[in-house]
Design a protein around this ligand. Structure first.
Ligand code: R5P
Length: 288
């Protein structure tokens, strides 16, 4: 077995290579001035099983993923296990209005063409896994994220909305503290409303855990609300840190005490590694 790391996931690829003791395939990946991508597999991978790691976000990386998959297939690989740490388009998971398309499904079909198995980490909605036409598995990095908080003396873990309650329930069990959720209503793609929920947060250390921090709006409003209610420390954490535009500025202005994300998307806030979760999954499933 060999590893091919796409350009979004070099760090995760290197960590997996170390823990699994398998080689990274040498590749040449570059962009032309017009942003089109050039990909070449430099090592012989004929007959090898390959673990390919690459995000499907933002859009340019979808093309990279599809072209690397094809290059690996053409180079004669046996099985291609495609690992997508952050699966983009998972929020367009159903038809909200006439004339729309389920983009998560469009992407699922394309990625399945040159994959034998697909693994993603904490997809936004679990049912998007059905959009792949090959065996697919979603795994969660919540244990790793929770472990990060073990020495932070947390009193409470909050989900920014009711839909995310299962994730915080699991985290609260690992950390051994209380959990609850905020009441959030999404007005449109950019605006949300967090209804003041009367929680007993005064003088408490709180971690908000979401699957995604995108524009930071959800998190910033939640932090503001908690600080208004005299919370002591508020940690803003997520699995996938997209941090679009001035997201970080919003979190800091809300007086967030720390920002934490995993390394599904690399940033200065990637304080939690996902490679161990992938490693355990591959071993348990005997995919190696
Ligand atoms: C939405 O359902 C997700 O779980 C996140 O809460 C959302 O994507 C965060 O977006 P933003 O950071 O733009 O508020």
């Amino acid at each position: 077995m060999k590893i091919v790391s796409g350009s979004t996931s070099k760090f995760v690829g290197d960590e997996l290579s170390k823990s699994l003791n398998i080689d990274i395939v040498n590749t040449e990946i570059k962009r032309f001035p017009d942003s089109e991508i050039y990909i070449r597999i430099l090592d012989n991978i004929k007959g090898e099983d390959v673990l390919l790691i690459q995000n499907s976000w933002p859009d340019l990386n979808i093309i990279e993923l599809l072209i690397i998959q094809d290059a690996i297939r053409l180079a004669g690989a046996n099985n291609i296990i495609t690992i997508i740490p952050y699966y983009g388009y998972a929020r367009q998971d159903k038809l909200f209005q006439d004339g729309e398309v389920i983009s998560a499904k469009t992407l699922g079909k394309l990625i399945s063409i040159n994959a034998d198995k697909i693994i993603t980490i904490d997809p936004h909605k679990e049912h998007i896994m059905d959009f792949f036409s090959v065996p697919s598995y979603s795994i969660s990095a919540i244990d790793d994220l929770s472990n990060y908080f073990k020495d932070k003396s947390l009193d409470l873990i909050l989900a920014p909305d009711k839909g995310a309650i299962d994730r915080v329930k699991k985290a609260a069990k690992i950390i051994n503290c209380d959990f609850d959720y905020m009441e959030k209503t999404r007005l449109d793609g950019y605006r949300i409303q967090i209804k003041p929920k009367t929680l007993d947060v005064e003088n408490k250390n709180i971690a908000i855990i979401d699957d995604i921090i995108s524009t930071g709006g959800t998190m910033a409003m939640s932090i503001n609300e908690l600080k208004k209610q005299k919370a002591k420390k508020v940690y803003a954490s997520c699995i996938h840190g997209l941090f679009i535009g001035d997201a970080v500025k919003k979190l800091k202005s809300a007086k967030c005490d720390e920002i934490i994300s995993t390394d599904t998307i690399m940033s200065e806030y990637s304080k939690v590694k996902i490679s161990n979760t992938i490693y355990k999954f591959l071993k348990n499933k005997k995919f190696l």
